[in-house]
Structures are given as C-alpha cells and as structure tokens.
Write a protein that binds this ligand. Sequence first.
Ligand code: SD4
Length: 314
Amino acid sequence: MRTFVRCVLLVPALFAACAAPPPAPAAPGPLLIATWPFGRIATDAAMAALQQGAGRLDAIEAGISEVERLSCDGSVGLGGRPNAAGYAQLDACIMDGPGHRAGCVAGLEGIVHPIRAARHVMEGTRHVMLVGEGARWFALEHQLESANVDDLPAKKQAWVARERRPADTAGHDTVTLLLLDRDGHVAGGCSTSGAGGKLPGRVGDSPIPGAGLYVDDEVGAAGATGLGENVMRYCGSYQIVEFMRQGMSPQQACEEQVHRIARKDPRGYQLDICFLALDKHGRFGAAASNGRFPFAVGRDGRSELITIEPVTPR
Ligand code: SD4
C-alpha cells in the first residue's frame, strides 16, 4: 500500500519534470574589462549603471564618462596630456554589437565627454566619424559640456614660435572598456587624449574602428592601449576578433596579435602596445608587448585588478 501511495505521488512529479523545458544555461555576462588601474573606475561605474537597469551603451558611456570627468592618469579627458602646442585634442570611439554600429570623434577640443559625442555620432547621424572643428561644433549642437577654448589659436601660435616639444608632455594612456551583457551582446568604448606631445592634428588608433576598438556581436570585442602608431598600422583590434572567430581564446588571440606585430615591425617587441579582449562565452584575456599591463575586470558585482607580464618574445 505504501509503495502504491509513493508511486501515485511520484508519477505527477516525474511527468512535470519531463514536461518542463530544460533550464536555460547560465548567461556568461555581464562581464566588463577595462585598461589600466583606472579601468576599475570604468568597470565600477558601468556595473553600477547595469545594476540600475541601464542598457549596454548607457553602461559603456557611464564607465568612460567617469574616467573622462576625473581625467584619470592625466591621459583621458580635458585634463589629459597636451599636444605639442600645449592643449588637449581628444579621441573617442563607441561600438555596439547589434547592428554593428560605430561612432567616433577625433581631434576634439574643449569637450568634457568625447565618448558622449561619439555616441551621438553613432545614434544620431548617418556617419561614423567626425573630426576637429566639425566634431566640436556637433558636440556643442548637442549641448555637451564644454570648456572655454577661446585662447586656443593664441596657444597654437605660441607653440609654432617655440618649435620644440615640451618635455613634460610625453606618455600616453587610454581607457578602453569592453562589455558582454547578460543577453550575450557585446559593446565597447574608448577615450584618450592620445600620445602626449603629438603634433596638432595627429590621430591615434583609439577612434579608428578596427584599430583601437572592434566589436563583433558574433564573436566578441577587443581593444588597445599604447602607442597608436604601432596598433593602427596592423588593424590591431580587428585582427584579435578575427583570431577569436577562428577559434582562439581571448588570451591566445591577444598574445598572437602582439607576436604577429612584433614579427613584422622593425621595433620588434619594443612596441609599447597592450591589447585586451573578451568573447561571447564570457572569457577574457590581455597581452602586452613590453612592460606590465594592469587591467580591471568587473563581474558578479565587483571589480578586481589583474596585472600581466609582457609576452615572452619568440
Ligand atoms: C594613442 N593609443 O593615441 C593612444 C594612447 C594610448 O596608452 O592608449 N596610450 O596612441
């Protein structure tokens, strides 16, 4: 009798278990990675935005805006490294996986949040990139916060007279932030004042899709930091995404790209470049040509800093 009762109770339970759809596999996102120790500011702000219900582009914008606002490391935003003429010209790019959309600004003067200008280019125009005066006009048209740059022509002329690069403007850094959201879509953004002491009008890798940033919703995303001239000649980030498409992990893909560039380049491994990448499976990786590379990883509601050694030359 007891066996009979147990069977009667078990049968509906078994039937329900068989009829129920299999549990959905755990989503690998959200996952965020960002360049340099100040990347934590970006991953923290982006995660906070996601937790408040923001979409992936709002999260990217929130993360990068915060680094721009603080002009972290003196290399992002208006407080970033001045060019050879003594003032900051800013570059930024944003890309979204769905729709394969991109927006970029380059050589932007006097605008506090270049990433917002880049996003407006992506979402509000039929173009991908705006530069210089046009980019500044566009940003002001969109009421983006600006600083007074009225005296810039005077500064430019002053520099022409000096004909020498100020010694204190060397160096460079970029905030590059990559995101895999909980729906499995990818997006990324980057912002920089570029290489310190650059010639006015010089544009680095950061605002060039495929160079400093590349996003492909079928595969993942990659980004760069370092000397842009050594990244943009090799379509640095695009190639990493393609390596991942061919089956490499993000770590393998970043390392392979450093080796590939070092093989071709007369400088060998003395390239001053770093890459980071994530894929749709929730894996991430990073590689540096020479010098250590700290980067931030945000997941499960907290950010941590990981520092990698440069690749071993082969
Ligand atoms: C540039 N890639 O303009 C940027 C600067 C940078 O670490 O990332 N430096 O070349």
